[in-house]
Design a protein around this ligand. Structure first.
Ligand code: SAH
Length: 361
């Protein structure tokens, strides 16, 4: 996984999107323009609370400042290409980016509110053998603004029903820790009280195990929920399922997770996909319980979702329950994930970057 060390730039074409700026960066820019710092509060309110679509509408700013904003930044968010609604209420939004690539965002309705699942990269380079998002490789990183705009657009879609985005999960296409700086800017903007004001405890970041970034994330000291796509009870099985395990083997991953927990004292979630005949037997559950012993954690079992190009089979109901029972007997906190949006290919691992632009490159 040598290539992961290479940094892929987020390169949305054109002017910098205003949605890419952290609050402090906007304050710094205002200072350079000899404007007062509190203008940042006003601009954030216009962008994220009133959700205007142009700088002209920011009527409590001077005409000169509005013109400076127009000259320096773009405010166009994302162009919605299609919207699909599942019979269970899940909505999948397909957006077209400025350079023609498309990305997917999913809005799920739970009894505790609306949750938005965002994408962080166009494609993915991690090559997990069961996942659809990695099939065409990585095209480019998303800019923070392009990630933020997904939540903003989801909120606009919910505005139509008088509802709000209650929580955000970074579990769409891409590996968030392979686009780390943009991810952190995005998290700061949606969490900011003048921004979308989504509480850290209502945000969940999931990683496949990019170990160095797990240490960085622990040091950020944000109260954000953290999930790890574990999927295996030992390093051999994990390497078969996830090439990322060859770069950062399981013992290194577990070290970083223990560091994270020591630093933050936060409970972590392990996502464990059940792949028929690979990792879904009682002996695997026992090995898993042993592996995570002593950690304050929760295991989320995900029955594998159908991906046409992948030939994994679903675990039988009986085996799923036996796996769950075994973990419980070992004192592990466990739930089975209820899948949503199956009929519109919006469930875990089914999202895919559509490579419309590929032919022209
Ligand atoms: N790259 C990050 C964020 C993606 S989250 C990560 O790997 O954590 C999406 C979750 O769905 C991950 O846990 C992923 O491993 C899982 N997944 C991918 N393909 C799947 C499939 N076919 N069936 C079930 N889960 C899948």
């Amino acid at each position: 996984m040598q290539q992961l060390k290479k940094k892929v730039k987020a390169e949305a074409p054109g002017k910098t999107s205003i949605f890419t700026l952290r609050f402090e960066q906007l304050q710094d820019w205002l200072k350079e323009q000899q404007e007062r710092a509190f203008r940042a509060d006003q601009i954030f309110e216009w962008l994220y609370q009133k959700r205007v679509e142009s700088f002209e509408e920011m009527t409590n700013l001077s005409k000169t400042l509005r013109q400076k904003l127009i000259d320096a930044f773009s405010i166009t968010a994302l162009k919605e290409a299609t919207r699909q609604e599942s019979s269970d209420g899940t909505v999948k939004l397909l957006f077209e980016l400025q350079d023609g690539y498309t990305i997917e965002t999913v809005v799920m309705k739970h009894n505790y509110g609306n949750s938005v699942c965002v994408t962080t990269q166009v494609g993915c380079r991690l090559g997990c053998t069961f996942c659809a998002s990695t099939l065409g490789g990585l095209k480019r990183n998303l800019e923070a603004g392009e990630i933020t705009a997904q939540v903003l657009e989801a909120q606009r879609a919910l505005d139509e029903k008088g509802e709000r985005v209650d929580s955000v999960v970074i579990m769409g296409i891409g590996e968030p820790f392979d686009n780390y700086d943009e991810l952190i800017s995005f998290l700061k903007v949606i969490n900011h009280d003048k921004g979308l004001n989504i509480g850290a405890r209502h945000i969940t970041v999931s990683t496949s195990g990019v170990v160095p970034r797990i240490y960085d994330f622990a040091d950020e000291n944000m109260q954000i929920n953290f999930a790890i796509s574990l999927h295996a009870p030992n390093t051999e099985i994990r390497s078969r399922l996830m090439p990322v395990n060859r770069a950062w083997p399981l013992d290194k991953l577990m070290d970083s997770i223990r560091y994270y927990q020591k630093k933050t004292n936060r409970r972590i979630t392990f996502e464990y996909g059940l792949f028929g005949g690979v990792n879904d037997q009682v002996e695997h559950a026992e090995e898993l319980a042993e592996l995570i012993k002593g950690l304050k954690c929760h295991v989320n079992l995900i029955p594998v979702n159908y991906v046409p190009e992948r030939d994994y089979v679903r675990t039988s109901k009986n085996d799923i329950f036996a796996f769950e029972r075994t973990l419980k007997e070992h004192g592990v906190n466990v739930t089975i994930r209820r899948e949503q949006g199956h009929d519109i290919d919006a469930a875990c691992g089914q999202l895919r970057a559509k490579e419309r632009k590929q032919e022209t490159r």
